[in-house]
Design a protein around this ligand. Sequence first.
Ligand SMILES: NC(=O)c1ccc[n+]([C@@H]2O[C@H](COP(=O)([O-])OP(=O)(O)OC[C@H]3O[C@@H](n4cnc5c(N)ncnc54)[C@H](OP(=O)(O)O)[C@@H]3O)[C@@H](O)[C@H]2O)c1
Length: 318
Amino acid sequence: MAQRVPVIGLGTYLVRRMNRCSGRLQLQYSTLAEATKVCAAVKYAIDVGYRHFDCAYLYGNEKEIGQANAAKISEGIVTREELFVTSKLWNTFHSRAKVAEGVAISLKRLSLDYLDLFLIHFPMGYKEGRSSHPGSYSDVDYLETWKALEDVVDSGKVRAIGISNFNVPQTKRILDHCRIRPLCNQIEVNVYLQNRALVDFCAKNHVAVVAYAPLGGEYAEVGSDLGSPLADPVVHETAQKYGKTPAQILIKFLLQQNLIAVPKSVTKSRIKQNFDVFDFTLEEPDMSCLRALDKGQMYRSTAMLNVCDHKYYPFHAE
Ligand SMILES: NC(=O)c1ccc[n+]([C@@H]2O[C@H](COP(=O)([O-])OP(=O)(O)OC[C@H]3O[C@@H](n4cnc5c(N)ncnc54)[C@H](OP(=O)(O)O)[C@@H]3O)[C@@H](O)[C@H]2O)c1
């Protein structure tokens, strides 16, 4: 059965903080205050029309997202069938024996009996255990992980499977060996990192692209000196021309290339604004000016530099 994916989803990763001393991105886990924020954000997003939620084991807030969804279902605002919920298998669950457990944990936290989409979060496997960032790797081949995910589809616990942060050769390897094709590759795409070769490869092979960090991300791990796409003068000029905000221009730029975008916000006005992009079309000369903002590999919000020696690290120059 063909899957329908709402083209805008709410991003739910709230927990990055810049370590001011090292200047490097430091991962922190969801605090209660942040989890409460995401619950309110999801409820509000449903009220203004979002149906697609981009979640992950790593984000540490699936329980609160599940509570928000359940509240809106019981209020009669939305049905489960209308929601499209994605989660992602973390790197410490890559072995065939651990995949089903990874799915079960996300389902339980989200209070769901199936996921619409489940992704391998990164091609790199980490050592199994309690820590999400154990500092050592497993050598599990992501093809083994994929085969186990195919079995999860057969079990009915997930409706579709996909990959995230896979580069061209890694995506091709999945396509060459799969029984069930990936619905999507979720990768970073924004005006500064347009990821053309990978986006074109996915399009040619009928793999949908879900663009994460569509506004440029909260912080840039690579290229922070370039500033943020949200502050780019060309984006601002375009916004003025269309009577829209810079964020709306950045999101529309992606949608007009047939990408799915998952902007994150916990601010009511921005949640609403990011969804309000269906009443205008960027003309080709403006699309062309926005395409010219591409910085190639010079900008990346999620670079995972701390694990760049992993054999499946995907972001070496392509
Ligand atoms: N697969 C992966 O490896 C991966 C990696 C990264 C992200 N993701 C997913 O993609 C989602 C989005 O990416 P992201 O969170 O990195 O970055 P993003 O959506 O590009 O940017 C989020 C930042 O923009 C701000 N913002 C949102 N709407 C705005 C608006 N209209 N005007 C001005 N600022 C606005 C947000 O602030 P406020 O929240 O304070 O409003 C937040 O600081 C994540 O939440 C996650 O679901 C996936």
